[in-house]
Design a protein around this ligand. Structure first.
Ligand SMILES: Cc1cc2nc3c(=O)[nH]c(=O)nc-3n(C[C@H](O)[C@H](O)[C@H](O)COP(=O)(O)OP(=O)(O)OC[C@H]3O[C@@H](n4cnc5c(N)ncnc54)[C@H](O)[C@@H]3O)c2cc1C
Length: 502
């Protein structure tokens, strides 16, 4: 089936492999300048860094041709990242694991650096691939890139096949009764659960790779992180690759999933799955997670399944409303006159706002690349409604720092907290950073971990040290830990006035 998407995309969306018997000749230029090459099928890895339960890889293998797995360090993306970006380490190590598996099966991983829209068609010609197989990516940049790749491939008689892999339901597979995209979570979630059948979460098993891969001759060496310009990357604390994902998932299933609904809101407790980065880079299959949650069926598992559905809700929103990536979803909040005090933005970023739970959250982000969901909500609300800073500045900071950064979920989460999103927190519901702290970190365990200068405060005082009658000896606020940079009650009124005028 030829699918023309909204951007005039020419992408083969197919459940069947193409007809490999057809002789798709190379362009004149290539036939005269290149020696003959044996035919191959090219599988392009992007946000699906695993070799099991992988739709596009399975289809590439079904072509019957030797498969060459390819990864492109896309310079369009790399050039926007700081040299300390810790996500590169995660990707690189995950690729190393894939390379080891491919080598053991008689193949290799082909890595190139450059603009993906140029590299892929060139490689397809060079390796004699008539078809390129990839899993769909729904982000605006990826959609533009894939359109370009498909168009260039078409000009040389080759096809691009894209498959649904990172979600259970994509694009417009779930629409309201009137055929419109869902913009409210609860009805979307109900429709998602109603449509789900065992088939949707069934693994797309990949057959054994031995004997099915293109031999490794001529494969370039994988560039090191230093060669890629990321030599000083901050250490990634999360075990990478499909093996890291498996271990983490097994641990979650054995230890925590049953109590997920009770523990997921407490950052000081190990209650959540920590799988977001693996989901982001596809080192684990969404089908496997959904299947397990449905099989388990307990209260914890069902609550967790709902979080996986939130992920899909935001993915389909971004697909239908790509402008939300840069603008408030609600038009009335597009031009809010935020004062945007940059000194306050910096204090928030550094974890020096004087509000202990906010500071612990931001330091967790800076030190580990992860932030607990409850804290993302509180820290985002604080930036927008206490510091009166445009949500997009906070969104950008999270995008830089989060190991699990995902445009759809990050944008959705920020617009939810900022009240600018489609199914967002109402603008007048403003988190109080002190009561949130008392509720979700009652014994200050999380604060003590990330704000050690407050560790000696008692469980009551630790949430608002400036209100404490006495402080531990040697601790002076304003010197050892900041006094609050704003007064919550006052800022709350200003936020209500700012939003209420619209
Ligand atoms: C302001 C803000 C920014 C966020 N930015 C991102 C982001 O860039 N990338 C990202 O993956 N998540 C983001 N989230 C959602 C959520 O905070 C993380 O997915 C979650 O904290 C990851 O931890 P976990 O894997 O242990 O989650 P678990 O609680 O174990 O949940 C399982 C999975 O469900 C998905 N999920 C859970 N909660 C949400 C949610 N609210 N929205 C969408 N998906 C969800 C994630 O894929 C997660 O891995 C953001 C939330 C907010 C409020």
């Amino acid at each position: 089936m030829q699918l023309h998407n909204t951007s005039g995309n020419l992408v083969q969306k197919s459940n069947k492999p193409p007809d490999t018997k057809k002789d798709n000749t190379l362009s004149d230029n290539q036939t005269t300048t290149n020696p003959p090459v044996s035919k191959t099928a090219l599988y392009w890895l992007r946000r699906d860094l695993r070799l099991e339960d992988n739709h596009a890889l399975r289809q590439a293998l079904a072509s019957g041709l030797p498969v060459q797995c390819v990864f492109v360090f896309d310079s369009n993306i790399l050039n926007t990242l700081p040299p300390t970006d810790r996500r590169l380490g995660f990707i690189w190590q995950s690729l190393r694991e894939i390379q080891d598996t491919l080598r053991a099966a008689g193949g290799d991983l082909w890595c190139e650096t450059g603009p993906a829209q140029d590299v892929i068609p060139r490689l397809a010609a060079q390796l004699g691939a008539d078809a390129v197989y990839a899993n769909e990516d729904y982000e605006p940049y990826a959609r533009r890139r894939d359109t370009m790749v498909a168009q260039t491939l078409a000009t040389i008689g080759k096809t691009f096949h894209a498959y649904k892999d990172q979600v259970i339901f994509a694009r417009d597979e779930l629409l309201t009764a009137s055929g419109k995209p869902f913009t409210v979570f609860t009805p979307y979630c109900n429709a998602w659960l109603k449509k789900l059948s065992p088939q949707h979460s069934q693994a797309l098993t990949v057959p054994p790779l031995t004997g099915r891969l293109r031999p490794p001759a001529g494969t370039p060496a994988m560039p090191s992180l230093t060669e890629l310009g990321f030599g000083q990357a901050e250490p990634c604390l999360l075990a990478p690759g499909a093996s890291g994902a498996k271990e983490l998932f097994a641990d979650f299933c054995q230890q925590r999933i049953q109590r997920y609904h009770q523990q997921r809101d407490y950052p000081g407790v190990k209650g959540v799955s920590y799988l977001s980065t693996h989901l982001r880079f596809g080192t684990i299959s969404i089908r496997q997670l959904v299947q397990f949650a449905c099989f388990d069926g307990g209260e914890g598992a069902m609550c967790w399944l709902k979080e996986l559905i939130w992920r899909e809700f935001y993915q389909q929103l971004l697909w239908h409303f790509p402008d939300a990536a840069t603008h408030s979803f609600k038009p009335q909040y597009r031009d809010l006159p935020f004062p945007n005090r940059l000194d306050w933005l910096e204090s928030w970023q550094k974890g020096l706002s004087g509000y202990p739970l906010i500071d612990a959250a931001m330091r967790q982000l800076n030190q580990t690349g992860y932030m607990h969901n409850r804290l993302r909500m509180i820290a985002a609300s604080f930036l927008v409604k206490d510091l009166l800073i445009d949500w997009r500045l906070g969104e950008r900071y999270f995008a830089e720092k989060l190991l699990d950064f995902d445009l759809a979920s990050n944008n959705g989460g920020w617009q939810w907290a900022a009240s600018t999103g489609c199914d967002a927190q109402p603008y007048f519901r403003i988190f109080n950073p002190v009561t949130q702290s008392q509720k979700f970190d009652p014994d200050g365990r999380f604060i003590r971990r990330y704000v050690p200068e407050l560790a000696a405060l008692n469980d009551q005082a630790i949430h608002a040290p400036w209100q404490a009658k006495t402080l531990p000896e040697g601790l002076k606020l304003g010197r050892d830990y900041p006094l609050p940079i704003v007064d919550h009650a006052k800022q709350r009124q200003l936020a209500l006035a700012l939003f209420g005028k619209q």
